[in-house]
Design a protein around this ligand. Structure first.
Ligand code: KIV
Length: 257
């Protein structure tokens, strides 16, 4: 059965929420059996396209990947990142969010930022477009990607932004690389689920970039646990194929027409 946003909110303080990113159909189809939320993250800019920042990701690229992801999803909530410069004002945001939803059939969009996007978020929600928030490290606007919430000013801003976004109507909030005690405070002070990445177990749920989790994307960051070494598995398969082709062990008669 397809998950609903209301089911997700009900999980707060009861069951941890599981989220992962996907950029294509076959991966989304596997994740769909396990995840509450599958996010088409604009992290695809660095993971797939080697861009220096997510700022280079276009709306069309997000839409094409999301169309593919949608084909693999039956149960999970599907959320799509609105890329940089596609929600600079309410009118632009509404036009682009409507385009994302109509072309990809996703359930919600995710926007980065706090007070600055408050009115924009309200406009989307007024127009029945569910929105997920994103605070802490903001890859679309932060020049340096380092953890957030150690300094008082920064802590207050994140907490106030979280409350403001909640009042605008978001259904959940990603906290990226937010200091442990601040994640706890934010999670306790708002009534919608927080989804952490590098923000400790204090959050209501967790998200990771799938390619990082399986060890396909060759990066090492403090908050990441690699659950597989898929590069090694792929190398083994390709090496065996190479040997078979060179030794004329593949294709055999049974593989031939
Ligand atoms: O773009 C992305 O994949 C994200 C997650 C890391 C939360 O925003």
């Amino acid at each position: 059965m397809k998950r609903k946003i209301s089911d997700l909110i009900k999980k707060k303080n009861k069951k941890k929420i599981v989220c992962l990113t996907a950029y294509s159909k076959n991966i989304a189809n596997i994740l769909d059996n396990f995840c509450d939320i599958v996010l088409v993250g604009d992290s695809l800019g660095s993971v797939l396209y080697n861009y220096k920042s997510t700022r280079e990701v276009s709306l069309d690229t997000m839409i094409e990947h999301s169309k593919s992801v949608n084909m693999g999803i039956k149960k999970s909530l599907m959320v799509v990142d609105m890329p940089y410069n596609t929600y600079r004002n309410s009118k632009e945001a509404l036009k682009n969010a409507k385009k994302i939803i109509s072309k990809t059939k996703c359930d919600a969009v995710k926007l980065e930022g706090g007070k600055k996007i408050y009115k924009i978020v309200k406009t989307l929600i007024k127009n029945k477009i569910p929105v997920m928030g994103h605070l802490g490290v903001l890859p679309q606007s932060d020049k340096i990607l380092k953890s957030k919430g150690k300094k008082t000013l920064e802590r207050n801003k994140i907490l106030n932004d979280a409350k403001l976004l909640e009042s605008a109507g978001i259904f959940s909030l990603v906290l990226e690389c937010v200091e442990t005690s601040l994640s706890k405070i934010v999670t306790e002070k708002i009534n919608i689920p927080t989804i952490g990445i590098g923000s400790s177990n204090n959050c209501d749920g967790q998200i990771l970039v799938f390619d990082d989790l399986i060890g396909l994307n060759p990066i090492d960051v403090k908050f990441l646990k690699k659950y597989a070494n898929i590069r090694k598995e792929i190398a083994k398969a390709v090496s065996n194929y190479t040997k078979d082709v060179r030794n004329e062990k593949f294709p055999l008669k049974k593989h031939s027409y």
